[in-house]
Ligand binder design. Structure first.
Ligand code: AMP
Ligand code: ZN
Ligand code: FE
Ligand code: FE
Length: 286
């Protein structure tokens, strides 16, 4: 029997997660999820395999994507749900975002070498084994070589925004990110708003007003690393702007070892009812 809980934010081996699409679905099933979305960075490559696995396990599957938008000093990610993954425009744009990674990634390796670390991009890319190589793949190799004590330590000392080996990559603007998802028939959701690193909820409210003007549909208020107070505050901001609330773990397997699928840090609960709102919004556009 499944529970009434879902997870709308997950990564597979097609981006920077450690579970294959089929393994992810098997885990979701063992955690009694009722529905699951796969939201890899810049690729829809996992969706077919995950959807078929979900059918076998009798679990509802939602197509998804996560796009990193141009923003500072924090991070802005936009999630897309229920989109047409065969959309030509979507796939062209995702291809360009993956190319932007391929421009950035060798620069990260070069910077690490300048800092005295024996890390080549060939090795990182081979270890990642897919088209979307991300910073967590660098972090993993750095841990294996003894340059960092954990993936988090590699980010804190080398890879996070502003750290010594941080290199910018070309991104879409927030408006273009929302449009990309909406034009592919999807529902656009502001991911993990705490990562915006804004100093007040008023500032988040103002930004959300602007994004809502671009067609943003929802806010991921329920998120592993949001405190109970943050979950409530972000849900209130969503309500003020007529936006949906969504939730997810941001499961990356061994790349974020403290976060589990469906249950996050242990206290995550994303009710199925939120997904019904997402689906009806997507359907209302068809
Ligand atoms: P990339 O898309 O290659 O720039 O890498 C972004 C991914 O790296 C995010 O989705 C997270 O999985 C991870 N990440 C980014 N910043 C941090 C951080 N400060 N600590 C740990 N992981 C991070
Ligand atoms: Zn990631
Ligand atoms: Fe993200
Ligand atoms: Fe994510």
């Amino acid at each position: 029997m499944s529970s009434n809980n879902i997870d709308l934010h997950t990564h597979t081996t097609q981006s920077d997660g450690s579970a294959s699409p089929a393994e992810l679905i098997a885990r979701a099933s063992s955690k009694r999820a009722r529905a699951i979305a796969v939201t890899d960075h810049d690729t829809v490559a996992a969706l077919d395999e995950a959807r078929h696995a979900a059918e076998r396990f009798g679990l509802e599957f939602i197509s998804g994507i996560e796009i990193s938008a141009e923003y500072s000093p924090g991070t802005m990610h936009i999630l897309g749900y229920c989109l047409d993954e065969r959309s030509v425009a979507l796939n062209e744009q995702l291809g360009e975002l993956r190319e932007a990674r391929e421009k950035r990634n060798p620069e990260i390796a070069k910077r690490l070498q300048t800092l005295g670390l024996d890390i080549s991009y060939d090795e990182v890319s081979t270890a990642a084994g897919n088209e979307v190589v991300g910073r967590p793949h660098f972090a993993r190799l750095m841990v294996e070589r003894g340059y960092a004590t954990s993936i988090q330590d590699a980010f804190d000392r080398f890879l996070k925004k502003g750290a010594a080996a941080y290199i910018e990559k070309a991104r879409l603007s927030p408006r273009a990110s929302v449009n990309l998802i909406r034009d592919a028939g999807g529902v656009a959701v502001l991911a993990h708003p705490y990562q915006l690193r804004l100093s007040s909820y008023e500032a988040v409210d103002e930004l959300v007003a602007e994004l809502a003007g671009f067609g943003l549909d929802g806010i991921e208020a329920i998120y592993s690393r949001h405190s109970p107070d943050e979950r409530v505050a972000y849900a209130e901001i969503a309500a003020r702007h007529g936006l949906l609330v969504t939730g997810g773990s941001d499961y990356h397997g061994s790349y974020k070892p403290d976060i589990d699928l469906v249950t996050g840090l242990g206290d995550l609960e994303v009710p199925y009812a939120l997904l019904e709102e997402v689906k009806s919004r997507a359907a209302s556009r068809r």
